[in-house]
Design a protein around this ligand. Structure first.
Ligand code: PLP
Length: 438
C-alpha cells in the first residue's frame, strides 16, 4: 500500500514487447499495488498472520473486498488475515500468472493442495473426470482413495490418443485432467488436439455442463511449455519442483481464468491449504527469477544424458521428448518451446534396463547409485539443483498395485531421472560406472 500515492518506479509501458522473458522473470511485474516496497530491491518477507485494521469500517471493507476480484480490481488490498491473503503470496501469484500467460493465479501449500482445490471447485457429487491413465502417484491416490466417497467418477484412459475422449465422454463429464509429459513415463499428450475436441463437445452444452481442461505442468515448468497458449483452461504446478528449484520449500499454484479467482480464494480460505509466507517469499526471490537459467541448463544436460543412455547395450528403452527415437516427438516439438521459441524437451528422463527380472535389475542399478554416485542422489522430487533418481514402482507410484502397473503405463523396473545442475559429463561418468557395476 502506497502511503503517498506514488508509483514504486516509473518503467517503460512496453516491457512485454521490448524485453525478453528472461529479464522479465528477474525484474518481475515490477509494479504491484500489493505492497509498497519501493526502496527494497528484494521484496521483504511478510510474516504477519494478522493485520491492523485501523477502524471497524476498514475491517468491514476488507471482508467485503475479499474474493471480489472484479469489483475491487483497482482498489489497494486491505489485508486481514494470512489465510485470506497477504503480500508475499499475492506478489508471487501475480508473477506466476504472468509467466504462465494466465489471467490469474492462486497459490496453495503444496502441489496436491492446488490439485485438490481446482478439482474441488470444478466438480460435485455425481460428476465425472476423464484422466490420462498415467499420473503422479498422489493424484492417483486422491482419485482412488477419496473421490469414491464424494461420488465423483474417475475415468482413466489413454489420452495419447485424444479421440478416446469421444468414446468415454458422458453427460456427467466435467473435467479432463492430465499431465504432459506424464509422471513418470513421459507420455506426451497433444494439448491443442485435446482442447479442440473439448471445445467441439462444449458447443452443444449449457454453461453449467461445459467440460473444463486442466493440465499439471509441473514436469515441463512454464519455461518449457505453457498449456494455456494451446487452449487449455487451467494449469496446476507443484512449486516444490522446478519453479521452486532448490528443494527448500513446498508450494502449489492454480493458474487460469480470472472468473475463477474468487471461488478458488474462497476454497483456500475454507479448506485452509495456504502457502506459507516464507515459502512464497523464497519462491518469489530465488525460484522464479532463476527458472529460465536453471531449466535451460537442465534441458541441455538431459538431452546429452538421454542420448548417452540410449546408446548403452544394457538399456532397454529411454523415454525423453528430446530424442529423435521418441515416437511422439512431433507433439513435443509442437508444444514444448521455451520463451524464445526454442525446442525445450524438459529435464526428466524415464528409462529401463534389460534383464529377465526388471525390478531386481532396476533396484540394483539405483542401489549402486545410492551408495556410490557423487552426482546423483536416490530421492523423490525433481527440478532440484541436484540430480535425483528414483524407482516409481516402489516409491512415487507405489499406490499402483503391481498387477496394475502396465495398465497405468508403468514398468516394474522403470527408472526416473530428474536432471539437476551438475555437468552432463559428470552425470554420464557416474551412469557409466553404475551400468558397469550391474
Ligand atoms: C510432486 C508432484 C505433484 C505434487 O506436488 P507436491 O508439492 O508434492 O504436493 C503433483 N504433480 C506432479 C507431476 C508432481 O511431480
Amino acid at each position: 500500500m502506497k502511503k503517498d500515492g506514488k508509483k514504486t518506479k516509473s518503467i517503460p509501458t512496453n516491457v512485454e514487447e521490448n524485453y525478453s522473458m528472461d529479464s522479465r522473470l528477474i525484474n518481475g511485474k515490477n509494479i504491484t499495488n500489493k505492497w509498497d516496497y519501493s526502496h527494497h530491491v528484494t521484496a521483504p518477507i511478510s510474516s504477519s498472520t494478522t493485520f491492523r485494521l485501523d477502524s471497524v469500517n476498514r475491517g468491514a471493507q476488507g471482508f467485503m473486498q475479499f474474493a471480489h476480484t472484479k469489483e475491487f480490481k483497482h482498489t489497494d488490498p486491505i489485508y486481514i488475515y494470512d489465510r485470506l491473503g497477504e503480500p508475499n503470496k499475492d506478489i508471487l501469484e501475480e508473477n506466476l500468472a504472468y509467466v504462465e500467460k494466465g489471467e490469474t493465479a492462486v497459490s496453495f501449500s503444496s502441489g496436491m493442495g492446488a490439485i485438490s482445490a481446482v478439482l474441488g471447485v470444478l466438480t460435485k457429487s455425481g460428476d465425472e473426470i476423464i484422466t490420462h491413465r498415467t499420473l503422479y502417484g498422489c493424484t492417483i491416490s486422491l482419485f482412488n482413495n477419496w473421490y469414491p466417497r464424494y461420488n465423483i467418477g474417475i475415468v482413466p484412459v489413454d489420452l495419447t490418443d485424444p479421440k478416446t475422449i469421444k468414446q468415454v465422454v458422458t453427460e456427467k463429464t466435467r473435467v479432463i485432467y492430465f499431465e504432459t509429459p506424464a509422471n513418470p513415463n513421459l507420455d506426451l499428450i497433444d494439448l491443442k488436439e485435446i482442447s479442440s475436441i473439448v471445445k467441439e463437445i462444449n458447443k452443444n452444452r449449457n454453461e453449467d455442463q461445459k467440460i473444463v481442461t486442466i493440465v499439471d505442468n509441473t514436469f515441463a515448468t512454464p519455461f518449457c511449455q505453457r498449456p494455456l497458449e494451446f487452449g487449455i483452461d487451467f494449469v496446476v504446478h507443484s512449486l516444490t519442483k522446478g519453479i521452486g528449484g532448490f528443494g527448500t520449500d513446498m508450494g502449489g499454484v492454480v493458474i487460469g481464468p480470472e472468473k475463477y479467482r474468487d471461488i478458488l480464494l474462497l476454497y483456500r480460505k475454507d479448506f485452509g491449504a495456504v502457502l506459507n509466507t516464507k515459502s512464497a517469499w523464497a519462491i518469489l526471490t530465488y525460484g522464479l527469477p532463476t527458472v529460465a537459467l536453471r531449466q535451460r541448463r537442465q534441458v541441455e544436460t538431459a538431452q546429452k544424458v538421454a542420448e548417452f543412455l540410449e546408446k548403452q547395450p544394457k538399456v532397454k528403452f529411454v523415454n525423453y521428448p528430446g530424442l529423435k527415437s521418441n515416437k511422439n516427438q512431433k507433439i513435443a516439438k509442437k508444444q514444448m518451446r521455451d520463451f524464445d521459441g526454442n525446442f525445450a524437451p524438459g529435464s526428466m528422463i524415464y528409462f529401463a534396463l534389460k534383464g529377465d527380472d526388471p525390478r531386481r535389475i532396476g533396484a540394483k542399478f539405483m542401489d549402486w547409485i545410492a551408495d556410490n554416485a557423487y552426482t546423483m542422489t536416490l530421492a523423490v522430487s525433481l527440478g532440484h539443483t541436484r540430480t535425483l533418481i528414483e524407482h516409481p514402482a516402489s516409491m512415487t507410484h507405489s499406490v499402483v498395485p503391481p498387477e496394475n502397473l502396465e495398465k497405468r503405463g508403468l514398468d516394474l523396473g522403470g527408472v526416473r531421472l530428474a536432471v539437476g545442475l551438475e555437468s552432463a559429463e559428470d552425470i554420464i561418468k557416474d551412469l557409466k560406472l553404475a551400468l558397469k557395476n550391474i
